[in-house]
Write a protein that binds this ligand. Structure first.
Ligand code: SAH
Length: 344
């Protein structure tokens, strides 16, 4: 029989599970603390449990390993990229960025992706599978263990579409923010989506205080269709309505991500249309000069033209930043480390 993935149980679920095998509630609390606060990677280490209980756990449950294959360090800003191997051989990528306000980890939510955004390296090989809550947590836990540094911010912006793996994402957030675990503040978590409208509506009802980021990349329906196949499924007007709903329901200001692709979506006309779309919304815009991938012929705009685009939005009163490039000397666009590995 396959062993159960013990790190994917929420606090409540683990209590029920332990009671179902005849253990007391407080034992579940101890085990949860070992897994999610002390980041134990074996039952053996749980020294305040009896040997008999540790063996019983060992027989039916497993702490699924997230094993490091490679770690790259940027010479420019100390950013680390990690390549991890999952139990079934799939490999995933995560990034640790060090900012003045703390350490931020960018995690993957799926092995591969099926959304097909034109400029994105992570979607070129399609979707392998969803990651479990424990595999999303494991990326953060491993990085903390490997570096000895505390992680304070988490962005779900690595490979995969988080809202295409909804149930696991929600469990992941519950466990990560649980007071009995790492207890990361919900306000320090950002989930980025390409705009899966029904799931955005569902997320608005979870009563989370997380930030939702929408990958916009085009200021009109037609322009979005050129870069993002998902736009054919959900019309821009529906996506924007879902964003407004999210803000109304949670009080959390939306972030709009806009990857600047030279000659495709970075003209003055684009800036004007984008201003029109966003100026009456309480939001933040994050401009990302596109990281060119070798499979496509997209180029990033010059620094000057990116600044010009930013200024145009600012003149309309929009809150906007150009995302600082982190670790640009290590393996170019996100997703390419994993891709290189998968091919070799
Ligand atoms: N699937 C989610 C999260 C993953 S990508 C989403 O679509 O939002 C995180 C962000 O990086 C998205 O805005 C995505 O469009 C952007 N992105 C992906 N590849 C990029 C590249 N090569 N250059 C710049 N931004 C990129």
């Amino acid at each position: 029989m396959e062993k159960k993935d013990i790190c994917s149980y929420t606090w409540e679920e683990l209590q029920e599970e332990m009671q179902s095998i005849g253990e007391k509630k407080f034992r579940a609390g101890q085990i949860y603390g070992w897994l999610h606060e002390k980041l134990a990677d074996s039952f053996e280490r749980m020294t305040n449990l009896s040997k008999a209980l540790r063996e019983k756990l060992e027989d039916s449950y497993e702490i699924r390993p997230v094993e490091m294959l490679e770690r790259q360090t940027s010479k420019l800003d100390g950013t680390n990229k990690f390549l991890f191997r999952l139990e079934d051989g799939n490999v995933i990528e995560s990034v640790l960025m060090r900012y003045q306000h703390g350490n931020s980890v960018c995690i993957s939510s799926q092995a591969g992706c099926r959304m097909g955004c034109r400029f994105c390296a992570s979607t070129l090989g399609g979707l392998q599978r969803n990651l479990t809550p424990s595999e999303m947590l494991g990326q953060i836990y491993r990085i903390q263990a490997l570096t000895g540094e505390r992680v304070s911010n988490v962005v779900v912006m690595g490979t995969g579409e988080p809202l295409d793996n909804y149930e696991n994402l929600v469990k992941f957030i519950r466990i990560l923010t649980d007071e009995h675990g790492l207890h990361i503040s919900q306000r320090n978590i950002t989930v980025s989506t390409c705009g899966i409208v029904p799931m955005m509506k569902r997320l608005a009802n979870e009563e989370f205080q997380i930030t939702l980021a929408l990958s916009l990349h085009g200021s009109t329906q037609e322009k979005r269709e050129k870069l993002m196949p998902v736009a054919f499924k959900y019309h821009l007007s529906e996506v924007m309505a879902a964003c407004d709903h999210y803000f109304e329901k949670t009080g959390r200001r939306m972030t709009f991500e806009y990857s600047l692709v030279h000659g495709v979506n970075d003209t003055d006309e684009d800036a004007k249309e984008l201003s029109g779309l966003l100026k009456h919304r309480n939001c933040h815009v994050n401009l990302i000069p596109v990281n060119p991938i070798k499979e496509r012929n997209y180029q990033k705009p010059s620094k000057k033209s990116a600044l010009n685009f930013k200024n145009k939005l600012e003149k309309s009163g929009i809150n906007v930043t150009i995302r600082r490039e982190m670790g640009s000397d290590i393996d170019g666009a996100c997703g390419q480390l994993r891709r290189r590995y998968a091919k070799s």
